[in-house]
Design a protein around this ligand. Sequence first.
Ligand SMILES: [Zn+2]
Length: 96
Amino acid sequence: MKNLRILIPKDPAIENCPNCNASGRLRRSRRRTSLEGFIKTFTMFNIYRCKSCDWRGYKSGYHITKTSFKTLGIYLLVALISGMIIRVIISKFVVK
Ligand SMILES: [Zn+2]
């Protein structure tokens, strides 16, 4: 089976800086406020800092590809077909 993940993990540390476009200069940054801690814990974003220009901001550790949408479509189709089958079974075997 091929990769069935919707969110593909990536490492933002090897990406270019959004501010100065330097490559390989992003490093994980420590959280400063409780809001940053909340975002770090409950979302897929982490705080990064650029070693070249001191830019500091959020970057996601995942990305979505064209395959992600296909996989999502397959999941939805399977869910829909399962729902239809269950509905038929219930309507046949449940006495009204
Ligand atoms: Zn930078």
